[in-house]
Design a protein around this ligand. Structure first.
Ligand SMILES: *Cc1c(COP(=O)(O)O)cnc(C)c1O
Length: 385
C-alpha cells in the first residue's frame, strides 16, 4: 500500500532502490469507497451532479462552521484556481503588483500571473519563513510600481493572523488574500479572504478542490460568479469568467472526509508526536513551531544546520528514507518567474538551503518513525566525524 502511494507521488522519478523497503515522503489520507456510499446514494436519488447541488451547499456550510464570525465559504475546482479567481474577483488594475513571498509553492505565483497581476517577490521575516504584515509594510516603499494586492502564505499550513492582515489592508488599501492551502487545520478566521486547498496531498482532501472563506458577501458573490461564467442567478455573462465549480461527487468525498476529520486529526497529531519524541535527543533538527502540537499538516518540514542539507538528504536517500524540498529554492528561481521583480531575498535563500521535508503521513508506523530518526541521526553524526 505504501509502495503504491509512493508510485503515485513519484511517477516521474521512481528511485532505483527496492520500493517496498523505502519510506515515501508522503501518502494521502482519503475516505474509502464504503465511506462515500451514503453520499453517492444521495446523488443518485437527487439526480443532481453539479451547479451548486445539495451536497456542495452542505459541504460549504460545514466548512464555514469551522470559521469565526459567520464566515461564508465558496468551493472551487482546485486551490490554484481559487487563488486566481479570488484575485480576479477583486477587479484590480491589470499589470499592477501583487506582493507575495518567494518562499511558497509555485501555485501562489502562478495564480498571480494568471489573474493578470505581476508577482513582486518580497523576503520573509521570521525563522518560520512567514511574510508578515510588518515586513511587507516596511518593504512597500521599495516596491517597483503600484502594489494593489498581497498574497501572504501559511508556511506548510502553520497558523496565520488574518486580523493583522485586515489591519494592514485597512491601513494601506492593498487587498489581501491569504494562501493557507495546507492550513485546513489551523484556518479559523476569515477577516481577509483565506484559501484552503482540498488536494489529496493536503490534510482534508477531495482529490482536486479548494475553497475560499470570507466575511465579505459582495466579494464572495463575485467569486461565485467567477466560477460559473459570471452568471448571477440568471444566464447573463456579466464579464469574462470561467467554469471552476466543484461537482457533487467531489463534495461527497469532502463530506465523508469531514465526518472522519476528528479521527484523521488525531492520527496526524499522534504520528507527529511520535516523530518529535524519536528525534528529541538529536541536535540540529528544528521542527516548525507548534507543528503536531498546536496544529497539524500533512507534511513534516525541518530545518537543519547550515550547509548540511545536501549530504543529509543524500544519506537519507541511501538509507531508503525519501525526502522532498517541497518549495525548492523558492519561486523566484523558476523559469516562469525569473522575469518578475523581487526584493533582496536573503532569509528565503537561507531557509531554502536548510529546509528538508521528511516522510510524514497519518498512518506512519512506529518502525518507520524509528528508521527515519536513526537514519537522520547517523546522517548528522556522519558529518561531524
Ligand atoms: C497545495 C498548494 C497550493 C495549490 O493548491 P491546489 O489545490 O493543489 O491547486 C497553493 N499554495 C500552496 C502554498 C500549496 O501548498
Amino acid at each position: 500500500m505504501l509502495a503504491a502511494s509512493a508510485t503515485a507521488f513519484d511517477r516521474v522519478s521512481a528511485p532505483a532502490v527496492d520500493m517496498a523497503a523505502r519510506i515515501p515522503v508522503a501518502s494521502p489520507n482519503m475516505p474509502r469507497a464504503a465511506d462515500l456510499a451514503p453520499y453517492l446514494e444521495r446523488i443518485d436519488a437527487a439526480g443532481w451532479y453539479s451547479n451548486f447541488g445539495p451536497l456542495v451547499l452542505e459541504f460549504e456550510d460545514r466548512l464555514a462552521a469551522r470559521f469565526d464570525r459567520g464566515a461564508t465559504v465558496v468551493t472551487v475546482a482546485n486551490g490554484t484556481l481559487a487563488l486566481t479567481l479570488a484575485l480576479e474577483a477583486l477587479d484590480l488594475p491589470r499589470g499592477s503588483l501583487c506582493a507575495l513571498p518567494s518562499w511558497t509553492f509555485v501555485a501562489t505565483a502562478h495564480a498571480v500571473r494568471m489573474a493578470g497581476l505581476v508577482p513582486w517577490f518580497v523576503d520573509v521575516q521570521t525563522d518560520e519563513g512567514e511574510l508578515t504584515p510588518a515586513g511587507l509594510l516596511a518593504a512597500l516603499p521599495e516596491a517597483p510600481g503600484p502594489v494593489t494586492a498581497a498574497m501572504p502564505v501559511a508556511v506548510m499550513g502553520r497558523p496565520m493572523s488574518p486580523a493583522a492582515w485586515r489591519a494592514f489592508q485597512d491601513a494601506t488599501g492593498v487587498k489581501v488574500i491569504i494562501d493557507a492551502a495546507a492550513g485546513f487545520d489551523a484556518a479559523a478566521s476569515a477577516e481577509v479572504p483565506v484559501m484552503v486547498s482540498l488536494h489529496a496531498t493536503k490534510t482534508l482532501g477531495v482529490g482536486e478542490g479548494g475553497f475560499i472563506a470570507s466575511e465579505d458577501p459582495v466579494f464572495l458573490s463575485r467569486l461565485r460568479a467567477m466560477t460559473n461564467f459570471a452568471f448571477m442567478g440568471d444566464r447573463v455573462s456579466r464579464h469574462v469568467a470561467t467554469n471552476a465549480k466543484l461537482s457533487e461527487y467531489a463534495a461527497a468525498v469532502g463530506l465523508a472526509a469531514l465526518d472522519q476529520w476528528p479521527t484523521t486529526r488525531n492520527r496526524y497529531a499522534a504520528a507527529a508526536r511520535h516523530l518529535r519524541i524519536a528525534l528529541s535527543d538529536t541536535t540540529g533538527v528544528t521542527f516548525q513551531d507548534g507543528w503536531g502540537t498546536g496544529w497539524i499538516s500533512s507534511t513534516c518540514v525541518v530545518r537543519l544546520p547550515p550547509g548540511t542539507t545536501d549530504p543529509v538528504e543524500a544519506s537519507l536517500t541511501a538509507s531508503g528514507v525519501d525526502t522532498r524540498r517541497w518549495w525548492g529554492s523558492g519561486c523566484h528561481v523558476a523559469p516562469a518567474f525569473t522575469d518578475c521583480p523581487a526584493s533582496a531575498l536573503p532569509v528565503t535563500e537561507a531557509l531554502a538551503a536548510c529546509s528538508l521535508g521528511l516522510p510524514f503521513f497519518s498512518d506512519l508506523g512506529g518502525d518507520q518513525i524509528q528508521k527515519i530518526a536513526s537514519a537522520l541521526r547517523s546522517a548528522l553524526a556522519g558529518l561531524k566525524s
